[in-house]
Design a protein around this ligand. Sequence first.
Ligand SMILES: [Zn+2]
Ligand SMILES: [Zn+2]
Length: 341
Amino acid sequence: MKALVYTAPGVLQLQERPVPEPGPGDVRIQVRANGICGSDVQGYLGKTGRRIPPLVMGHEFSGQVDAVGARASRFKPGDRVIAYPALTCGRCPDCQSGLQHRCRYKTFLGAMSQDGSMAEFICLPEQLLLPLPAPVSYEVGALTEPLAVAWRAVCQAGDLAGKTVLIVGAGTIGLLALQAVRLKNPSLVLVSEISPARSELARRLGADDVVNPAQTSLPAWLAGHGADAGIDVSIEAVGLSRTAAQALDALKPGGTSVWIGNHQRQIECDMQRIVTRELTIRGTYIYSPAQFAQALGLLADGKIQTDPLISDRLCLAEGPEAFRFLASDPENHLKVMLLNP
Ligand SMILES: [Zn+2]
Ligand SMILES: [Zn+2]
């Protein structure tokens, strides 16, 4: 089978690999769609240390069951599926309490040394799989993973009914978080974004207003929206010092900032402002299996607009080219789908 293998920083190769055989409790999936994640592009550039070559990339995917192991009973060939992309121990206190994404023994598909889904086939334990409901296409199914990331972040922000919310960054995760926030009945949802194209998308997907913080002072702009004391909740979906600063500066005393962005390992922030204004910062990472299933439910119910998020559709063999253009020209692409027809 063909697989997209990260072999060295900046190098991705389409390689021939043996088709994997499912173990007794496993299911083999013929992969039909793979989304390319920002973390894949950063990893491919060798910036994060979280992709160790040689590695098959990919964790946002959907497919069709192709073969089942002797003890697997929940799925049969032909079933359309997606999978929770973390392999966890199942025994630690986090796994036992439904927070498998915190399992300290976990591996994640397409990260570190755990081969991922950018291949024609992948074998996984059947308990990780969820059936893909009929109205959800393979490419939309592959968006369950980034939506689950955004969904957890929004859930971590607490009750948003009647609250004012700022989302910093309108990339795929920010735009999904924006739509998820909308479902929680906030009084005002604002977005901070420097790219004109992404700002336009944020407006289309439900932002009450969008600011370019490189051109407009954030506090003055917030005051113009009746939030002169600051806003209740900010969601940071970039992960740089300056965007984290925006997420904190926008808050009213006692406000909460949820951080999803994970771009830069070390950032600078104004500790005094955090302390004296009693701000809360919550990190959020991946999602529980329950939240992954909830994200799929939102897609099946048509609650999330996905079409505007998919900027390019290519085939698996065009993966090396897709990574090259995502690395060199991120402005003009959003979610790139690699499809195996
Ligand atoms: Zn991802
Ligand atoms: Zn565990």
